[in-house]
Design a protein around this ligand. Structure first.
Ligand code: NAP
Ligand code: GCO
Length: 264
């Protein structure tokens, strides 16, 4: 049974994994035996990541590259291939969000979100997939969202990107599954990280909505998402492909109710 989730001998890259969900994923894949690589766009984020791995007695290879820059991605992956090995497990985790009403959002900022949240997973996947195809083995996990299937006010760019990422995941499955590559997405619900801090902390009313709409009655933790990533990175998911695994405490299953009437 343990061998189903044993990643010994595998090289995993978690993009944007120096904190938040990506860090939790990297740590868990490392505990499962993978040799983990983590990139960020800023050098100053790397030491904290290395310290987090060291606290768990885990090694990590950290480097800087911008996932939206094809040349930088090529340089970064070449460094990983030289210093660690070819990427067997790619987690396209790096992402940004801008919460701006459509009419107020400059098109340039809309495009910036699309570049990071949709085009970058394409860029990084195109760079590592040929090696996976050659080896007839690989796992790609695209970090989607509930906003892959729902919109909400002020997050049009993010929802457009994450909606596209859901179907890019399906398209990768259609083209690469025959090479024994499994490409799936994870759709986290509301997770307590720096990305959601502005709508979670200091009594923000959105916190009430999440707490009443989520049947589990809590915000998710990065580790909740990491558990799903371990499944999708392991042999246990070898016949799962093109799927979006939602990790949301039941919020998508819940039509909703008015706070205080949930016992009727
Ligand atoms: P986070 O704490 O903001 O982490 C995002 C990471 O991506 C950061 O390390 C960031 O680097 C990195 N990044 C951004 N642009 C980059 C670029 N151009 N090149 C390289 N790295 C880049 O967010 P999170 O909450 O952990 O989210 C991680 C992923 O889960 C994102 O894709 C997000 O959309 C998705 N997600 C989050 C939630 C949630 O509720 N938190 C729910 C659903 C989906 P810097 O540190 O330099 O900014
Ligand atoms: C927001 C939140 C969400 C979550 C996540 C939900 O502003 O609505 O940031 O977008 O990050 O994507 O799945």
């Amino acid at each position: 049974m343990k061998e189903l989730f044993d990643l010994t001998g595998k090289v995993a890259l978690v993009t944007g994994g120096t904190h938040g969900i990506g860090l939790a994923i990297g740590l868990l894949l490392g505990k499962a035996g993978a040799r983990v690589c983590v990139n960020d766009r800023a050098e100053d984020k790397l030491p904290g990541c290395r310290e987090a791995f060291a606290r768990e007695n885990l090694d990590v290879y950290t480097l800087v590259f911008d996932v939206t820059d094809e040349a930088d991605v090529d340089r970064g992956i070449a460094l990983i291939e030289k210093n660690v090995g070819p990427v067997d497990i790619l987690v396209n985790n790096a992402g940004i969000i801008k919460r701006i009403p459509i009419l107020d959002m400059p098109v340039s900022e809309f495009k910036q979100v699309i570049d990071v949240d949709l085009v970058a997973p394409l860029i990084v996947s195109k760079r590592v997939a040929p090696g996976m195809i050659q080896r007839r083995n690989g796992k790609i996990i695209n970090m989607c969202s509930m906003m892959s299937i729902y919109g909400r006010n002020t997050v049009s760019a993010y929802a457009s990107a994450k909606g596209g990422l859901k179907l890019l995941t399906a398209s990768m499955c259609c083209e690469w599954a025959k090479y024994n590559i499994q490409i799936n997405g994870i759709g986290p619900g509301y997770i307590a990280t720096s990305q959601t801090a502005p709508i979670r902390e200091n009594g923000h009313p959105f916190n009430d909505l999440v707490m009443t709409r989520t049947p589990a009655g809590r915000w998710g933790e990065p580790g909740d998402v990491a558990n799903a990533a371990l499944f999708l990175a392991s042999k246990a998911s070898d016949f799962v492909n093109g799927h979006i695994l939602f990790v949301d405490g039941g919020i998508l299953a819940n039509f909703g109710y008015v706070k205080g009437e949930n016992d009727i």
